[in-house]
Design a protein around this ligand. Structure first.
Ligand SMILES: C[S@@+](CC[C@H](N)C(=O)[O-])C[C@H]1O[C@@H](n2cnc3c(N)ncnc32)[C@H](O)[C@@H]1O
Length: 249
């Protein structure tokens, strides 16, 4: 899949697919490549762009509310997620976090309890080009966790380097984090409300995780115009809370 871009208009299309808009009609050639320029029958040009993380955030079909790119940046920054890391994620939702982690080369196992959401997430991973790195499993991680831990204990599955949670029941799974994580592995939990965050922090204490830190995530976009420069007055820069912890031994 590529993005076809003309000024501020962007469309997702694959090789052989047609784009029909008021700017004209074009068919994406089978051998199209990023950087190519395509022309509609009315002579309007579109640039072919490879899909990268922010494009996935803007264009993948959404189910569960996706994590914001800035929050994903904090997850990667605070956990050092890297190529080759084994990540356990829940819930998949739209799959934005999973797709970003797949794009940096991590191997992600992600659980989504809603079968239709899981199916959409599998399609999204194909579009993102990470279906070989992101295994979307239909299931409730809170239910599946015993079986996963048994597989780790039996040596059938390696423990995970990173556990990322974006679910209401995250505290339940946080209590099992030491059984899921490799020594030195990280936990990251996204919470939309401060009450939930407190429950998560209490669960990290029950689980004896170290280096527990919680951040409110706020980002202010800047405006630069003829009158001056200042933070954007539209919208609030708050998205939620991120809690990190580490399994030492
Ligand atoms: C906010 S969305 C996650 C968005 C995702 N982080 C992203 O970046 O696109 C939460 C999703 O978790 C799923 N979910 C909630 N609890 C779950 C659980 N225990 N196991 C698996 N999925 C769960 C919900 O169905 C929902 O789709």
């Amino acid at each position: 899949m590529f993005l076809l871009v003309h000024e501020d208009r962007e469309y997702l299309r694959g090789p052989g697919e047609e784009l029909q808009t008021d700017l004209g009609v074009l068919t994406v050639p089978e051998d199209a490549a990023p950087g190519d320029t395509l022309e509609t029958h009315l002579g309007t040009t579109f640039h072919v762009r490879e899909l990268r993380g922010p494009d996935l955030f803007d264009h993948l079909d959404r189910t569960g509310a996706p994590m914001m790119p800035r929050d994903i940046g904090l997850v990667v920054g605070h956990t050092g997620a890297a190529a080759g890391d084994r990540v356990l994620d829940a819930g998949t939702g739209t799959g934005i976090l999973s797709a970003y982690l797949g794009r940096i080369g991590a191997d992600v196992t992600t659980y989504e309890r809603d079968p239709e959401f899981a199916e959409q997430a599998r399609t999204n991973m194909e579009v993102a080009g990470v279906a070989d790195r992101v295994d979307v499993r239909t299931g409730d991680l809170a239910v599946e966790v015993d079986e996963l831990i048994a597989e780790i204990d039996d040596g059938d599955t390696a423990p995970f380097d990173l556990l990322t949670l974006d679910t209401e029941d995250a505290p339940t799974i946080v209590r099992r984090a030491p059984e899921l994580l490799a020594p030195g592995g990280f936990l990251s939990v996204y919470s939309p409300f401060v009450e939930h965050t407190r429950e998560v922090v209490e669960a990290t204490r029950d689980a004896d995780l170290s280096d527990v830190k919680t951040f409110e995530t706020i980002q202010r976009r800047m405006q630069f115009d003829d009158r001056g420069s200042r933070p954007d007055t539209a919208g609030v820069g708050h998205t939620g809370y991120l809690t990190f912890g580490r399994h030492d031994f």
